[in-house]
Ligand binder design. Structure first.
Ligand code: GLU
Length: 489
């Protein structure tokens, strides 16, 4: 092997398709991607579906779609293929069987026939004596013929690994030296049987066979690492480099969970967060470039990223920051782009039908909101009155300060007259502003003219200004809304 080959960086994301792509998994994927690309290495996606009962195709699809949406592309993995295919654990059982058999043959692992009840009773007993529960090694001494007999009699067995008792240490790229005492583990289960390995075992075989150099994953896996190292050693496989990313915390500093809000990436996508904002946001959950700069494209992140700058302490999920970044990226879009992005939200809210889309109209409307939108899903709520035939509101809304009903009525009469007098072709924001402002000025308090008019057209307490709204609604609809308001009074 040449020196270059030996130092090739290969990082991986190894999600289990037992749920929708979690924001924490997406961040782990991003950090692996950034690390690999920064170091001119490769990023591999491997689907860890050893838990057949909980793994589902729809989850795998969600994970794959989510990563693609973020722009995190893998060099090898499902769909892409690669020199170490297949990249789905359920398709790699031959490898696992071979290594499991090796451990069994060398007596480094053994079949255990203890029943759930037995194990539970033992555990309770240990705990009642104040001991940390661990397997007592009862089946470790079974002879080959005893194992054979039990198997022949159909007794259920699992495969346990017998770790040596010692201090296992490894250098974590983020946390530095980490130590665990393996005598606390007991002989742990590594497979249900030869065809069904568990995570701690399968991960070792795959990382080895796929020539992974760096394992970058969530801190919740840190206690698995010594177990994995001991299996590696038992099989004579080289140790990898490890980096455990800080947990993502909710605002109350406890581990981020559904209780804090959405945790699956799809939900953020549905709410109208842009992939650029998500990437930028996730990168800062546990890392920062040590500069003031806070807007980073994926490409810029690759350039700026370094694993040494990843923090040890938990990274707080700050939704205000995500909103801020998303607003920024929304403002960067052209109106055409933004209209395309908003379309599904307007259709989804039932404001327009997919088959009759007036893109020009939509762009006009969006242009009124681009500056203030934080997420695309806010648009239907803000701008529904443009699309609806009739709007609902309480007549109280038409009232500016302490105006009486008759004052409101005459204010609406004035607006109606002004709007009717503007020719269709001149019915634009500038003209509307000019004539309405002139009149409003004469009335002393401008709100007396502008508030009832705007409220009548929008049915809302807050919206874009009356001139813009009237211009986009068009003369006919604006006048219609004034009439309807007067009817309410
Ligand atoms: N399948 C594991 C998970 O989804 C992967 C952990 C690892 O990266 O080793 O948590």
């Amino acid at each position: 092997m040449s020196k270059e080959e030996k130092t090739k960086i290969r990082a991986r994301l190894a999600p289990s398709p037992t749920g929708f792509l979690h924001i924490g998994t997406a961040r782990t994927g991003l950090f692996n991607y950034l690390f690999a690309k920064k170091n001119k290495g490769e990023f591999i996606l491997r689907i860890e579906d050893t838990d057949e009962e909980r793994s589902e195709e729809r989850y795998e699809k969600d994970i794959i779609d989510g990563l693609k949406w973020l722009g995190i592309e893998w060099d090898e993995g499902p769909g892409t293929g690669g020199q170490f295919a297949p990249y789905r654990q359920s398709e790699r059982k031959d490898s696992y069987r071979k290594y499991l058999q090796k451990l069994l043959d060398e007596k480094l692992a053994y079949y255990c026939f203890c029943t759930e009840e037995e194990l539970e009773a033992k555990k309770q007993d240990q705990m009642s004596r104040g001991e940390a529960p661990k397997y007592n090694g009862k089946c470790a001494g079974l002879s080959a013929s005893e194992v054979e007999r039990k198997m022949a009699e159909g007794e259920k067995a699992v495969i346990r690994f017998k770790p040596p008792s010692r201090i296992v240490s490894f250098k974590d790229l983020i946390r530095g030296e980490v130590e665990f005492d393996s005598s606390l583990f007991g002989d742990f289960v590594i497979a249900k049987d030869l065809d069904n390995p568990l995570y701690n075992f399968a991960v070792i075989i795959d990382d080895y066979e796929m020539e992974i150099s760096h394992v970058i994953r969530g801190e919740d896996h840190i206690s698995n690492t010594p177990k994995q190292i001991l299996i590696q050693e038992a099989l004579g496989l080289p140790q990898l480099q490890y980096a455990h990313l800080p947990l993502i915390l909710g605002p109350d500093k406890s581990k981020l969970s559904k209780r804090h809000g959405a945790v699956s990436l799809t939900e953020y996508k549905k709410e109208g967060y842009l992939p650029e904002a998500m990437v930028n946001f996730m990168a800062f959950m546990g890392w920062n470039p040590d500069t003031e700069k806070e807007i980073f494209s994926l490409k810029e992140l690759v350039k700026a990223f370094s694993i040494e700058k990843v923090q040890k302490g938990g990274a707080v999920f700050n939704i205000q920051r995500l909103d801020y970044l998303n607003g920024f990226y929304i403002r960067q879009k052209t109106l055409d782009e933004l209209a395309e992005l908003c379309l599904p939200h307007l259709v989804g809210a039932g404001l327009i039908s997919k088959d009759e889309v007036d893109m020009e109209k939509i762009k006009e409307i969006i242009s009124l909101y681009q500056e203030r939108l934080k997420k695309l899903s806010e648009l239907p709520e803000l701008a529904d009155f443009f699309f609806k035939e009739k709007i609902e509101y309480d007549k109280e809304l038409l009232k500016w300060k302490d105006m009486s009903l008759s004052e409101i009525e005459s204010s609406l009469d004035i607006s109606e007259k002004i709007l009717s007098d503007i020719k269709e072709g001149d019915f634009n924001k500038d003209n509307l502003e000019k004539v309405l402002m002139e009149k409003a000025g004469e009335m002393g308090d401008r709100g007396k003219l502008l508030w009832p008019l705007r409220a009548a057209m929008t049915g809302k307490r807050a919206s874009a200004g009356p001139f813009e709204v009237a211009a986009v609604l068009g003369k006919e609809k604006a006048l219609q809304r004034i009439k309807e308001a007067k009817n309410k009074l």
